[in-house]
Structures are given as structure tokens and as C-alpha cells.
Write a new protein. Structure first.
Length: 281
């Protein structure tokens, strides 16, 4: 297993697709923040103070783990990383691993470990660039204290777990179907649907619907993005729409720790069982 992991990580370091994907991800984060700054400046010129609605902060860019303009790393990471792994099926790398003597379990979990690390690199890079550039353009968003530093650490860990719900699902489906197309289409389609449903929930159209959606990764990601203190992780959150306020069930941290590990474990379990039945050519 150790040699298998070393081999997979070596291929990942040498793969141009992964490097291009990382550069594209970072580039879009930079572009989105610059665009936000430009739109903010234009709005301020048109109407005094209007640009305040377009500003963000270094803290929100970091804690979101993605770009401000729309889940850049969370959407792009599964595309490029999945393309990298699915190539193993097309060039018979998986079959060769089996011939050498590695078990299906070893091959599957090596893929998952490398995928997890690569996903972490993508999101950390996007977050770090967002923190630096967002801080320079808009300010940190809070007075830097020990609590804010802790929020940077805890917030990113939670945000990564939330993002891995989508990324894990995409890699599991794509490697079992041995389809690069799915690796490209799935994160875009699923991300769009969840984002759309989450937007409806934030609008407060239905209290019951919003409470259900409060357990989804998109909704929880937005909650984390707007936090400036770790205390908010254990405070009952509220939505406000047309002067109507209602408490969501459980505190944000509890909802994340209840739904996210369960979904990821379910994804990996189903993926493992299906992977063991694949007929490799």
C-alpha cells in the first residue's frame, strides 16, 4: 500500500492537468475578487455607498474556501482531479496494478487518499489567495485576535469537509463509471442545483424548506463565510426575509458535524462496494 501511494502521488506531481487546474482555480479567485472590487468602485461612483453591497473581506474569502463569485475551487477541483484519475482506466493503469498484485481495496483507498490530499491543496490554495488578496482589497473584515485566528483554522477545516461532499461524490461516480465526461458535468450540474436550492432557502420562501436546506453544504458554506468569531459556530442562526425571523434547528457546528461526515462516509461506502464489482478491460 505504501509503494502504491508513493506511485500515485508521484504521478500526481508530474501531471500537467492537475497543475493547469490549480492555476485556473487560483486565477479565477483573483479575477473574481478584482471584479468585485471594480464593481464596488463603479457602484460607489454612481451612488454614494452603494458599493458596500459588493464588498467582501479577506476573512470571508478564506473561510469560504472558494472565490466570492461562486464556489470556484469546489467546482473546479473535482473536474481536474477526476480527469486525472479516470485516465488510469483508459490507459489500463488500474488493470496493471491488479496484475502486479495490489488488491481492489488497496487501489480504491489509494485513489481516495490521493484525491483527498489533492482536493485539500486546491481549496487551501484558493483560500490562501483569497485571504491575501481579499485582505489587501477589502481589509481582513475583523480585528485580528486569537479567536479570529482560530476561526481561520476551524472554518477552513469545516469548509473543506463541506466541499468534499461534492468532490467525493464526483470522484466516486466518475471512477465507477470510468467516465471523464461525468467528472466534468457532475460538479457543475450538482453544484448549480444545490446552489439554486440554497438560494431559495436563504430567501426564506418556506420556513420548513429552509430548515431542511440548512443541513446542506451550500447553505452551511454561506453561514461560515459570514462568520467573524468562533462563537457564531455554536449560536443559533437566523434568517431574515421581509422582517420575518425564525431560528434554524440546531447550531451551525452541530448541523455540519451531523450531516457532513455521514454523507461522506455513505459516499465512500457505496463507492467502495461498486468499485469491487468493476470489470476492468
Amino acid at each position: 500500500m505504501k509503494n502504491l501511494l508513493k506511485s500515485d502521488f508521484y504521478r500526481a506531481r508530474k501531471d500537467k492537468v492537475l497543475f493547469i487546474g490549480l492555476m485556473v482555480t487560483i486565477g479565477l479567485v483573483v479575477l473574481s475578487l478584482l471584479l468585485t472590487k471594480a464593481l464596488s468602485a463603479m457602484a460607489n461612483n454612481e451612488v454614494d455607498g452603494a458599493g458596500a453591497f459588493l464588498t467582501t473581506s479577506g476573512l470571508s474569502a478564506w473561510s469560504n474556501g472558494v472565490s466570492i463569485m461562486g464556489n470556484t475551487a469546489q467546482m473546479l477541483a473535482p473536474i481536474f482531479i477526476t480527469v486525472f484519475f479516470v485516465k488510469e482506466f483508459n490507459d489500463r493503469t488500474i488493470r496493471n496494478k491488479l496484475i502486479i498484485g495490489y488488491t481492489r481495496s488497496q487501489i480504491f483507498f489509494s485513489i481516495i487518499i490521493v484525491h483527498f490530499v489533492l482536493s485539500l491543496i486546491y481549496l487551501f490554495s484558493a483560500s490562501f489567495v483569497g485571504l491575501l488578496l481579499g485582505g489587501l482589497l477589502f481589509g481582513l473584515g475583523a480585528t485580528f485576535t486569537g479567536d479570529v485566528f482560530l476561526l481561520l483554522i476551524v472554518g477552513f477545516i469545516l469548509q473543506f469537509l463541506l466541499s468534499y461532499v461534492l468532490m467525493g461524490f464526483c470522484i466516486i461516480i466518475s471512477i465507477n463509471k470510468q467516465s471523464v465526461a461525468l467528472g466534468i458535468v457532475l460538479p457543475i450540474a450538482i453544484g448549480f442545483i444545490i446552489s439554486l436550492l440554497g438560494s431559495f432557502a436563504l430567501m426564506g420562501i418556506s420556513e420548513g424548506f429552509s430548515k431542511v436546506m440548512s443541513f446542506t453544504n451550500f447553505f452551511q458554506s454561506l453561514e461560515l463565510q459570514n462568520m467573524v468569531s468562533t462563537e457564531e459556530l455554536v449560536m443559533t442562526s437566523y434568517l431574515e426575509f421581509n422582517e420575518t425571523r425564525f431560528a434554524l434547528p440546531l447550531v451551525p457546528l452541530a448541523r455540519i458535524l451531523i450531516s457532513t461526515p455521514l454523507i461522506i462516509a455513505l459516499e465512500l461506502g457505496i463507492g467502495y462496494l461498486r468499485f469491487k464489482k468493476i470489470q476492468f478491460k
